[in-house]
Design a protein around this ligand. Structure first.
Ligand SMILES: *Cc1c(COP(=O)(O)O)cnc(C)c1O
Length: 422
């Protein structure tokens, strides 16, 4: 196996052999040579239907030709200016049109950077230090949010990273998802000290967990009543659930919105944005500092812009949401018939089989942690042998792209049927 040999080599040079922890799994991850549409190909000549999709950005699948042409055209004109350029306005217009709660934006390079600066801005705005996050919520890999964090931090059993000063985590309070009463209690207990609540509208980094009933509108109400800013981290849901993200899909708004992943069309990007009165506190117009050499670079902006144009023209979110619905319905039937203990979770184009005890619904982080992650990994490897690449963790979301077709879904459902009895 070439992948095995390459993994030995990379492990000499890179901790765990990877550039980001979620990519590592035992005994070794496959190495990719190329990817196109819904397919990813490894160095050993195998082809997989990809439901990992780089953990979210590739809503159009791999290697979209229109995006490629737009980027190529941009490359001819240069790839980094260090000055303002016109396409930034075009992308800002698209975002503010689809997200009415966003009046101004700041482009950065990753989702992590966007939440880091967004939280700083929210603190500057209220002149308070504390924030509330959701247990198992993932907002990137910086100090203040690596407390009970999802994604790789949970997969590898280090939700509370070492190396973070106690003084920075003491300002991060936690409440469970789908529990509005707990949020009210927390805000009342810390009255006048909390700057913001940061939340993924659909939890995406412990597997997809949708909000129940009126949870999001309750959160909106509770934050407003307690004079606390609401930061919606739509890095996954943005331009996926709907063009206007979870805000459009669930009919809520936010004081600050975080975007990333899809908004760069597969190139590095992040964005935080919100109401003018808050955003104008950012330097150089205000006293909250944030800066970046690569921010607003024309390549990421071009790729994002072209991607959003295609999403609009082809009405992609509605179409992939339908595929997601079909997938979840089919998988639920299979689970029921198989007698395997599990629960099919998700919304829109996001789905996941949780191996939950007695097939119980997964409503929050504590529920997700009860799932059989070893069983999931056995299942994951069987699926890989069947030519289906799922994310290598019980706690990561499966994504569907615009290039996944009926035949892909059918083959995938068959593979679930064969492999669930791991
Ligand atoms: C991926 C993700 C981030 C971090 O984005 P990066 O670009 O990986 O830094 C932040 N928030 C959520 C909800 C994410 O899924």
């Amino acid at each position: 196996m070439k992948s095995e040999k390459l993994f030995e080599l990379t492990s000499r040079y890179m901790p765990g052999g990877v550039s980001s922890p979620v990519r590592a799994y035992k005994p070794y991850p496959f190495f990719t040579v190329h990817a196109k549409g819904s397919r990813i190909y490894d160095v050993d000549g195998r082809e997989y239907i990809d439901y990992c999709l780089a953990y979210g950005p590739l809503v159009l699948g791999h290697g979209n030709e229109e995006v490629k042409d737009a980027v190529r055209e941009q490359l001819e004109k240069g790839w980094l200016y260090g000055t303002p350029h016109e396409k930034e306005i075009d992308l800002a217009k698209k975002i503010t049109t689809h997200y009415p709660s966003v009046e101004m934006v700041r482009f950065v390079n990753t989702g992590s950077e966007a939440t880091m600066a967004g939280i700083r801005l929210a603190r500057g705005f209220k002149e308070r230090d504390k924030i509330v996050k959701i247990e198992g919520g993932f907002h990137g890999a910086h100090d203040g949010v690596l407390v009970k964090a999802g994604s790789g931090a949970t997969t590898f059993g280090i939700p509370d990273s070492k190396g973070i000063p106690k003084d920075s985590v003491k300002n991060t309070l936690q409440v469970p998802f789908n529990d509005a009463a707990a949020l009210t209690t927390m805000l009342e207990k810390n009255s006048g000290e909390v700057a913001a609540v940061i939340i993924e509208p659909v939890m995406g980094n412990v597997g997809p967990i949708p909000p129940q009933n009126n949870y999001l509108s309750d959160v909106r109400k509770i934050t407003a009543e307690n004079d606390v800013s609401l930061i919606l981290d739509e890095v996954i849901t943005g331009f996926r659930l709907a063009l206007g993200g979870a805000q459009e899909f669930y009919g809520v708004d936010a004081d600050l919105t975080i975007l990333g992943k899809i908004v760069g069309g597969g190139f590095p990007i992040g964005m935080f944005g919100g109401k003018r009165e808050i955003m104008e506190l950012i330097a150089p117009s205000g006293a909250v500092y944030q800066a970046g050499t690569f921010s607003g670079n024309p390549v990421s902006i071009t790729a994002g812009l072209k991607t959003i144009e295609i999403l609009e023209r082809e009405e992609v979110p509605g179409r992939i949401n339908k595929l997601g619905e079909r997938m979840r319905t089919a998988l639920s039937e299979i689970l029921r018939d198989s007698g395997v203990e599990g629960y099919v979770s998700g919304v829109g184009s996001m789905f996941k089989v949780f191996f939950s005890p007695n097939g119980a619904e997964v409503k929050n982080y504590a529920d997700a942690l009860k799932c059989d992650k070893d069983r999931y990994m056995r299942f994951f490897h069987k699926m890989l042998s069947s030519g289906i690449f799922l994310p290598p963790s019980q706690f990561e979301t499966n994504f569907i792209s615009f290039t996944h077709n009926d035949a892909d879904i059918k083959r995938t459902v068959e593979a679930y049927k064969e492999n669930l009895y791991a």
